[in-house]
Design a protein around this ligand. Sequence first.
Ligand SMILES: [Zn+2]
Length: 58
Amino acid sequence: MAEFVLFRCPVTGAQVRAGLPDRPFKHSGSTYEAFDCAGCGGVHLVNPASGKLLEDKA
Ligand SMILES: [Zn+2]
């Protein structure tokens, strides 16, 4: 499955596309998953349903 999520890296400010892992997501709108970031090489907690980061305030 070629699903992916787009999010904004808080370190570089760049839009990053990360593939979803090979397991089902609960699209409840409140679940955050850890994604490897191609922008800064770190890991961010992103809500795959909304593309929002856990650390986003708004
Ligand atoms: Zn990053």
